[in-house]
Design a binder for this molecule. Structure first.
Ligand code: PLP
Length: 284
């Protein structure tokens, strides 16, 4: 069952209401997290809560919630939703101001949590994505998980209108990330992904993929990736919560490898499923 928590009250998501003076609505002045629930457990919860704390710090927004408070509230939300597999959306905005003003007038942050049912990917259902590359014209703090995603939406929808599933964004010739996921490239069995910087989101799934690759003794390198290198890669993947790791079969109309999910992706996908299972069973 989908449920929502808004500033202390539990409701159906469609019944949750906010003021038009909420700075999240007026200015996109807020941060968010999306977390996966597998087998009734929040996967990589600590990493998500650490990133939430960092986002709040970076936008200078203080809440009365400690990491422990967030953790307990999220666990409560998962129990209330009663779903084995779900996605949690958590948003914190700078709250309701008495009037529209660029100055920070709001007192209490607005806290919204929704939990919605979710069906994780099945290996046999995964299709290779067709993507294009597009200029990354977002602001220079793409590392903060802010709710103002207008540029991501514009770039994604340009790609969709051109018949692609998504766009990989490129700044000064180098790959940053896709519109809602991180990018990996495999060349001669070596996995590469752009390094963490202020120009891309430090994806929790990206971190998991790197950790899993190291555990499998695969070569993995965080390094600048030239956009021109993508088309000659053996494999290219996207990673994000919900999507997990998804292969790309075509970039700008050119086939990646043989256009089908590659062997290293398959190894990664299976190892990722094992990690989820271990987390459900609480095995370190
Ligand atoms: N990059 C962007 C721009 C995103 O919006 C997201 C997820 O929403 C990601 C990367 C992947 O992050 P995560 O793996 O934490 O879901």
């Amino acid at each position: 069952m989908a449920i929502a928590y808004l500033n202390g009250a539990w409701t159906a998501p469609s019944d949750a209401k906010i003021s038009v003076f909420d700075r999240g609505f007026m200015f996109g002045d807020g941060v968010y997290e999306v977390m996966p629930v597998y087998g009734g457990k929040i996967f990589t919860k600590t990493a998500h809560l650490e990133r939430l704390a960092r986002s709040l710090r970076e936008i200078r927004l203080t809440t009365r919630f400690s990491e422990d408070d967030w953790s307990q509230l999220l666990d409560q939300a998962v129990v209330k939703a009663g779903e084995d597999n779900a996605l949690i959306y958590l948003q914190v905005t700078r709250g309701v101001a008495p009037e529209r003003s660029h100055a920070y007038l709001a007192a209490e942050p607005t806290v919204l949590i929704t939990v919605t049912p979710f069906t994780p990917n099945n290996e046999q259902d995964i299709v290779s994505l067709r993507v294009c590359t597009k200029e990354d014209f977002r602001w220079h703090r793409a590392d903060i998980k802010v709710t103002s995603l207008i540029a991501n939406g514009m770039i994604k929808n340009e790609a969709l209108a051109e018949g692609y599933h998504d766009a990989i964004m490129v700044r000064a010739g180098f790959v940053t990330e896709a519109t809602s996921s991180n990018v990996f490239m495999v060349v001669d069995s070596e996995i590469m992904t752009p390094p963490k910087s202020e120009l891309l989101l430090h994806g929790i799934t990206r971190e998991e993929v790197i950790r899993i690759a190291q555990g499998l003794d695969l070569k993995v390198k965080e390094c600048e990736v030239q956009a021109s290198a993508l088309e000659g890669a053996d494999e290219v993947w996207l990673s994000a919560t919900g999507m997990e790791v998804q292969p790309i079969g075509e970039i700008n109309g050119m086939q990646v490898g043989d256009g089908k999910p590659g062997p290293i992706w398959r190894q990664m996908f299976r190892a990722f499923q094992d990690e989820k299972q271990k987390a459900i069973e609480c095995i370190d």
